[in-house]
Design a protein around this ligand. Structure first.
Ligand SMILES: *[C@@H]1O[C@H](CO)[C@@H](O)[C@H](O)[C@H]1NC(C)=O
Ligand SMILES: *[C@@H]1O[C@H](CO)[C@@H](O)[C@H](O)[C@H]1NC(C)=O
Ligand SMILES: *[C@@H]1O[C@H](CO)[C@@H](O)[C@H](O)[C@H]1NC(C)=O
Ligand SMILES: *[C@@H]1O[C@H](CO)[C@@H](O)[C@H](O)[C@H]1NC(C)=O
Ligand SMILES: *[C@@H]1O[C@H](CO)[C@@H](O)[C@H](O)[C@H]1NC(C)=O
Ligand SMILES: *[C@@H]1O[C@H](CO)[C@@H](O)[C@H](O)[C@H]1NC(C)=O
Length: 712
């Protein structure tokens, strides 16, 4: 359903409507243009790239990941734009033909305008989105030179900030890009020719009831309404937003003086822009209206298309029981018993399929895990990360202490392969691997049961040593050797090759004797088995991802070796592979990043590589061992996979049974390593999602920190 009327100044032209529509005709004087779309079916928007109107009438700006489109060498498909088909005349013609208000000069002022729309951002991960979208006013519909990802399909690396762009936009950004001085990963910004916003505010609204500010999470999958107004008489842009169906808040979210007369061209197109990114994020617009020199028509919620339902039905629906009006106590009692039984069945409901029979011994009953963890009470929570929450439990009967990880997983895709892998990984036994005891599967949820590790994650000891003594050098070397041994077993000594895919300090747990044990192997694979081959995600953590893995999406033992190299430097230096300098308060250094590999190389270059060792150790370390460990870390981080040692060689170098060769002479100029640093910087720039924070303390293995920054 849509109603539209767009009239060019002084030259009224005929609008032919292809569909039965309720058209609201507007006076043709003064260059007024007004339209309203309550859904977009039959609207005839100009679409490009990924943008499409769904059969239900939703405008879908993005429907794919960046990886997929780049695999198809199809860069045009990595963006999506949608415009009202006719340009809007933003200035009165010089001759003053329009009648209302005095005629403007040729360089006259842009007219006031007002627009409102309802949108929703649906990411495949609840707490992570890697791109946002924007409402825009642009001189041309051809944005083919614009880039995807953080550029939102608006600008590219060279024209960002160029006044010749003549683009005005309101961005709804779900990523904090330091390169654009973004304020956070959930903000609204006023953009004039640049992604460096002229003004920005965290997404949210001031509640009329009490004047308090309420956060809104852009990626909450919930529809929200936005109002954007430009008042030409004061040159003020005002933006307000609220959850769908609520009235426009009296106090705007942001209001900023920015004279758009220089930015907007005489005639310009209005619409939306978005771009794909690493994870699948869908940007929907449900309804939209616009008015030049007047208030945008109200959105008719009754006519808006519905968002597709995502994920499992909310639990309450299954339990809704309409109690009949009964007079006798017995009927009530029977209903109550039925209700309790139903609730019990629901509470402990599991998913089992025939193919799972063969994995029998590794299957746990949900009820046992529920009881073991006191019903997954918060006080049992050991940690939470991108892939799920981990609870401490005590199995009924055996009284074994376990860690139960709840991973939400909506798709069945890849589940069978994953469970097969769980079952086979369950047979991996090594004192440097966290023992996986088994699994349980429910609707939308997978539970993994591991041995409990009393000393928690290495990450905590290295980076959040709240009161704990700093790990000494001997302990660090012992942990590095242990992890190397565990990895060698997975790569070479077991009956088949198992690739870990996410080696990092937070995935290394410490047992009662402070042995390092690798956890969470194989879990990344579940996410790698995405719904179709196009949506293979690179799973892993920023700073540990080998360049070829990012390029091809294919994990190998040598991409594990790369991550191991990053891990070795992390343990020896007590710093993360990439750290963002958040505290820098002057603009010149804000957002600067510390790249560990570059730092270690700097010391190596000066001939004092041991100077990179964790300063907290003082001089309490063996210089020869430190020299070996750091050079070994660098060797593992060589950009060319073929140049890296195998885990067998790594363990030989570590135990001294073979001498570590000098780093290749060609790397004396460090170009190749600088390539690694640059590669990591670029990744960081485009993802900007890996942000170590103290609140992200993970006391147990987390697959990936990727999810930790979202939606806080
Ligand atoms: C996304 O939309 C475009 C344009 O409608 C279509 O050609 C493409 O097949 C869609 N891609 C996916 C993965 O659905
Ligand atoms: C994409 O382009 C690269 C280099 O231009 C080429 O090697 C690769 O085969 C292409 N991929 C596809 C899927 O066409
Ligand atoms: C960036 O966009 C401008 C147009 O605004 C275009 O002239 C330029 O070639 C583009 N640069 C790149 C690197 O694509
Ligand atoms: C955007 O902000 C970044 C970070 O402050 C700065 O380096 C860059 O020069 C700015 N770009 C423009 C076009 O203003
Ligand atoms: C809104 O979010 C910010 C940052 O995430 C947080 O500091 C603040 O407490 C939140 N405010 C409310 C009212 O939830
Ligand atoms: C905005 O700029 C135009 C042209 O430069 C000027 O005529 C107008 O007075 C300005 N408006 C305000 C409110 O400053």
């Amino acid at each position: 359903m849509w109603r539209s009327c767009s009239v060019m100044a002084a030259k009224g032209f005929l609008l032919t409507m292809a569909v039965a529509v309720a058209a609201a005709v507007v006076e043709a004087g003064g260059g007024a243009a007004e339209f309203a779309y309550d859904g977009f079916r039959g609207a005839g928007l100009s679409l490009d790239g990924m943008a499409a109107v769904t059969p239900a009438g939703l405008l879908l700006l993005t429907n794919d990941t960046n990886m997929a489109s780049s695999q198809r060498n199809d860069t045009g498909m990595s963006k999506g734009h949608a415009f009202h088909p006719d340009p809007v005349r933003f200035r009165r013609p010089a001759a003053g033909a329009g009648g209302r208000g005095g005629a403007g000069s040729a360089a006259g002022e842009v007219l006031s305008f007002s627009t409102t729309f309802v949108f929703a951002i649906v990411s495949e991960f609840l707490d992570l989105s890697t791109s946002g979208f924007a409402f825009l006013v642009t001189p041309t519909k051809d944005l083919s030179t614009a880039m995807p990802q953080q550029y939102l399909g608006l600008f590219n690396g060279t024209d960002n900030g160029d006044p010749r762009n003549r683009i005005f936009a309101i961005e709804f950004d779900t990523v904090r890009n330091p390169e654009f001085a973004d304020i956070n990963n959930n903000h609204v910004g006023v953009d004039v020719n640049s992604l460096n916003s002229s003004a920005a505010a965290p997404a949210g609204y001031y509640d009329d009831a009490d004047g308090a500010f309420r956060n809104l999470s852009l990626i909450s999958r919930e529809p929200m309404q936005v109002w954007v107004d430009y008042d030409a008489s004061t040159a003020v842009v005002t933006v307000a937003m609220a959850p769908a169906r609520r009235p426009r808040p009296r106090r705007p979210l942001l209001s900023t003086k920015v004279n758009l007369s220089a930015a907007i061209t005489d005639t310009a197109y209005v619409g939306f822009s978005s771009a794909s990114s690493i994870v699948l994020v869908k940007h929907y617009v449900l309804g939209w209206s616009f008015s030049l020199d007047g208030d945008a028509p109200a959105i008719d919620y009754a006519k808006l298309p519905k968002l597709p339902r995502i994920g499992p039905k909310p639990q309450s629906q299954a339990l809704t029981i309409v109690l009949p009006i009964a007079t006798t106590a017995t009927v009530l009692a029977a209903v109550a018993v039925g209700f309790l039984l139903l609730r019990r069945r629901h509470r402990y409901a599991e998913l089992r399929e025939d193919w799972e029979m063969e994995f029998g011994p590794h299957r746990f009953a949900y009820k046992d895990l529920y009881d073991a963890t006191d019903g997954f009470k918060d006080k049992r929570l050991l940690g939470a990360g991108g892939f799920g929450r981990v609870y401490k439990g005590v199995l009924p009967g055996s009284r074994t202490e376990v860690a139960v990880k709840k991973v939400s997983h909506e798709s069945r895709q890849g589940m069978k392969e994953f469970v097969a892998e769980v079952a086979s990984i369950g047979r991996l036994r090594h004192r440097n691997l966290v023992q996986l005891l088994g699994y349980c599967r429910r609707k939308g949820e997978l539970l993994l049961v591991y041995d409990y590790m009393p000393n928690g994650s290495l990450d905590k000891h290295l980076h959040y040593h709240d009161g704990k003594p700093v790990l000494d050098w001997a302990q660090r070397l012992h942990i590095i050797r242990g992890v190397a041994a565990g990895l060698l077993y997975m790569h070479e000594d077991w009956e088949k090759v198992v690739i870990h895919r996410d080696i990092k300090a937070s995935n290394v747990l410490l047992d009662g004797e402070m042995n390092g044990r690798l956890g969470d192997f194989g879990l990344a694979r579940l996410y790698d088995h995405g719904a179709d081959p196009h949506t293979t995600h690179v799973v892993g953590t920023m700073g540990y991802l080998a360049p070829e893995l990012v390029r091809t999406g294919r994990a190998t033992t040598l991409s594990d070796v790369f991550a191991f190299g990053a891990f070795v430097l992390e343990v020896a230096c007590g710093r993360r592979p990439i750290e963002e300098d958040d505290d820098a308060d002057d603009a010149a250094t804000a957002g600067r990043r510390f790249v560990l590999v570059e730092w270690v190389l700097g010391h190596w270059r000066k001939g004092s590589i041991a100077g990179a060792v964790d300063a907290r150790l003082g001089s309490e370390f063996d210089a020869a061992e430190a020299d070996l460990v750091l050079r070994l870390g660098l060797a593992c981080l060589l950009p060319s996979p073929a140049a890296r040692p195998s885990m067998r060689q790594v363990t030989q170098y570590l135990d001294g049974s073979a001498p570590l060769p000098e780093l290749p002479a060609t790397h004396a100029r460090f170009n190749t390593f600088e390539g690694v640093g640059k590669h990591q910087q670029e990744l960081f720039d485009s993802w900007s999602v890996w942000r170590p924070t103290s609140t992200a303390a993970t006391s147990f293995a987390t697959m990936s920190d990727i999810g930790l920054s979202g939606g806080r």
